[in-house]
Structures are given as C-alpha cells and as structure tokens.
Design a protein around this ligand. Structure first.
Ligand SMILES: Nc1ncnc2c1ncn2[C@@H]1O[C@H](COP(=O)(O)OP(=O)(O)OP(=O)(O)O)[C@@H](O)[C@H]1O
Ligand SMILES: [Mg+2]
Length: 241
C-alpha cells in the first residue's frame, strides 16, 4: 500500500475540552490511485490528511507509508521519509513570504541537499501556468497563483504520494481544471498516488474514488460517480449531520 491507516484516532485537547477529530478510521490508498476526500466542514478531512502524511502523530492507531509504520520512526527518520516520499499542498498555502515563487518551488530540493537542474523549477512553474511569475513573491501573487506555486512545490521532488488539501479551493474554473488535469496525469502517466480533499463535486469526479467523512468517521465511498451523483450524496450527508 502507498498509505494505510488502521484505527486512526485523533483527539485534540484545548484546555478542558476535547475534540474527537478522527474516530478509528481505517483506509488504504493503493499505489497509482487518485482518491478524493469529502465531508462537511469540521468532519476531520484536514486532520486525516495531516495524519496520513506524517505531519501530525495520531492519538491512536497506525499510519504506514510504503509499508513503514510511522509510529516506529523518530523525528529525523520521519522527516526524511516525508521529504523523500511525500508532497503536501496545504489548505493555507504555507509559502515562504521572503522567497520568490521559483525559490519557494526549489525549496524541497534544497532541503534535500539537491541543487535544482537547469530548467527544473521553470518546468514545474510552467506546468501550473506560472512560467512568467517566477520572480514574484507570494505577496505579489493572487490567491490562485499562490496555490499553484504551492502545488508546483509539492510536485518538484516527484513524490510517490501527494496529499492536497483543497488544492482548487481558491482557483477559477479554468485554472482549477488545469490543476486537476495535472493531478490526474501524475497518476495515469507517472503512477503517483494522490489523496485530495475537496468540497467541489466536479473536482472529486476526477478521482478514482471518493471517500466520505462525517464526524471523524468514514461514512461511505463512491467509485465511478459523476459530479451530479457526488453532489447529491454530499447533500444527503450534510443534511444528516
Ligand atoms: N489544532 C486543533 N486543536 C483543536 N481542535 C482542532 C484542531 N484542529 C482541528 N480541530 C478540530 O477538529 C475537527 C476536525 O477539523 P479538520 O480541520 O480536520 O476539519 P475539516 O474537515 O478539514 O474542515 P474544513 O472543511 O472546514 O477544512 C474540527 O472540529 C476542528 O475544530
Ligand atoms: Mg480542512
């Protein structure tokens, strides 16, 4: 399995309050598949992604990436595994504001001690339609452009697994389509594994399957559904919550 979760539980504690954000979730993400994760706001989608990517340690259960249980790794080994195998597109883009678009995209390579090959960063920016924005800083880019820089940055190391938290949330229809086509091509042409959180049934319809979350639990799975069927199921799910 590219990624597997077994009985993953996440409890957030703030003061005396506890939030059960993930309630014993078990799910597999096979290599070379594109999964969408949908569910009402607060249902645990971002938490699921952060735990699956090794960015947060769950309160209970086991997350494995490429067969390695993350709980067995110390921080250094976990950081290395994430750097080598995982790309993450955050819901808030998390760009470094003092660096240009090109420098942001090159960052994962530099952190891995690699100098980007000639044209590598330009090609990654071109793939998200931003070849002419390489020298702009995040504050000089629109929200959608920043999101696309974040996507280029997640893809530059060609990670086996890409987690994307609402990657098209800030994009217009055309740019959104470009990004989704790019993600689909990573799966179909390069065998990468993608897990994408989205609120958009059109985006979810590009995936091989749609996982539905409600109150921190898996509430169903759709395969081969079109945007209309996904939207209908989401309406039912939200009404039940
Ligand atoms: N760091 C935190 N501390 C305390 N509670 C948290 C924390 N992060 C998330 N939560 C809570 O956990 C639950 C799940 O949050 P999560 O961010 O995973 O939801 P989501 O499905 O991604 O929602 P959205 O669609 O709004 O992004 C929510 O009730 C949220 O308030
Ligand atoms: Mg979220």
């Amino acid at each position: 399995m590219a990624v597997s979760l077994r009985d993953v539980r996440m409890i957030y504690r703030s003061g005396t309050r506890q939030v059960l954000a993930l309630d014993d979730v078990s799910v597999d993400f096979p290599p070379g598949t594109f999964s969408a994760v949908m569910g009402p706001s607060g249902s645990g989608k971002s938490t699921l992604l952060h735990c699956a990517a090794g960015l947060d340690r769950p309160t209970g259960g086991v997350v494995s990436i490429a067969g390695t249980p993350l709980g067995d790794l110390d921080e250094t080994a976990l950081t290395r595994l994430r750097r080598d195998r995982v790309g993450f597109v955050f819901q808030a883009f998390n760009l470094v504001s003092s660096l240009s678009a090109a420098q942001n995209v090159a960052l994962p390579l530099r952190l891995a001690g690699r100098r980007p090959a000639a044209g590598e960063v330009t090609a990654a920016l071109a793939a998200v339609g931003l070849a002419d924005r390489a020298r702009h800083r995040p504050s000089e880019l629109s929200g959608g452009e920043q999101q696309r820089v974040a996507i280029a940055r997640a893809l530059i190391t060609r990670p086996a697994v890409v987690f994307a938290d609402e990657p098209t949330g800030a994009l217009d229809t055309r740019t959104s389509r470009q990004v989704l086509d790019l993600l689909r091509a990573l799966v179909d042409e390069h065998g990468q594994t993608i897990v994408m959180v989205t609120h958009d049934p059109v985006a979810a319809a590009m995936a091989d399957r749609v996982l539905l979350l409600a109150d921190g639990r898996l509430a169903g799975e759709l395969t081969g559904a079109d945007a209309g069927a996904i939207a209908a199921r989401m309406t039912t799910l939200e009404a039940a919550c």
